[in-house]
Design a protein around this ligand. Sequence first.
Ligand SMILES: C[S@@+](CC[C@H](N)C(=O)[O-])C[C@H]1O[C@@H](n2cnc3c(N)ncnc32)[C@H](O)[C@@H]1O
Length: 420
Amino acid sequence: MLSLAELTAYFKAREIGFEIQFFSGEFFALSFDKDFDASSIADLGGTIKIGEVKAKFPTETVKEAFLKKNKQAQKQIIESLASSGLVDGMAKSSEKILFGVSVYCTENTLRALSGGIQRFVGSTVKDELADLGKKSKFMGFSNDRKLAQLSHVEVLKKNLVENKAEVLFCIGRTETWVATTIAVHNPFEFQKRDIYKPNQRKIFGMPPRLARIMVNLSSCMPGKVLLDPFCGVGTILQEALLERAMVVGMDVNPWCVKAASENLEWLVREYGLEDADFRVLQGDVNKLVEKIGQETMDCIVCEPDLGPALRQVPTGPYAEKIVLKLEPLYSGFVEQAYRALKPGGRLVLVTPYIKTRAGQAVTMPISEKLGNLGFKRVYVFSKDMFAQSAGGLDRLVGASSLVEMDERHMIGREIHIVEK
Ligand SMILES: C[S@@+](CC[C@H](N)C(=O)[O-])C[C@H]1O[C@@H](n2cnc3c(N)ncnc32)[C@H](O)[C@@H]1O
């Protein structure tokens, strides 16, 4: 849900009116008050594809068509696709048209049939193009592919966005949306910032996509001042600089200060950010206000120390010990952060989320301290963002933090968002 949280924070910061019609782990359906600029996908760390909806029908029709093989329901889907204008954009190409179909399925009963649904939609589109006198080639998949979906890399490499040639067939619990892909995440840009920057650190480094999500969660906007007082090699600072924020970094380790400065200089050259405004200071976070002054920052975004790299899943008591050892660092930092932030400023803070052998999670008990200092928790999801039909809001609305956990890792990240 981190990606949906990022989207809502991004739209709210820019006063873009939206309503969430549906959300699941597979896809979100949103409606907007006015035209939405799909190129903003480059500003988002967690959104992989954006599609423009062309047709919508009840999921019941999809079940009838594919579970019960009802000919009438299949015909309804064919007619709905035909009247949607889905192939009009593709048909403009003068050459043989290469197109693809990706199926995103939230409905368990239909999931195993995704490959068949994809081929059905593909042959419908092919027939329609043939009716318009156009030759086409459908990008089919080998049977061993787990999901009936094109990756964003395939979409990019085959120019499917420019040619309006990817169909997204998104099956929700009650409704199904059919869309044309209008933007895709460019992994090469994020990868470039990850592996081609001059200085890297394998163990402590944060992926640029997560850094961008956190920057967006902080309501960072062009011209705002963003601080990362545990900046390491500067991943968060890089992403904030690309959002045209003024950035300030700090680290206790002099090597990191040099490394982050060089990385930011590289970024400025690489992306032609002539007006970029950044500085990186050396210092201990306990002296933060002394270094940067009181009420000087709009946003503070950071990942302090998360504890030692673990080789095996720890016991509960060992995980508690790790957290206890880190607690003074976090405690001292949030006091400084409160003083450094301008009124209304936001702190986005990662604390460790440690899985234990008993299957439980040990976390940093920071909420009370934040509350006592005067911070107000920011709830990224509120009821008014969702259409009545969206359903399943309880696990989102009122969630006080977000968790990012890669199944392969033993320490995940709990992301807190608070405001002064
Ligand atoms: C988890 S790393 C941050 C990684 C960073 N996000 C990046 O992508 O490189 C934490 C950083 O906090 C710094 N640090 C630890 N204790 C500190 C302190 N008391 N004051 C300032 N920096 C500190 C470490 O030197 C380390 O670079």
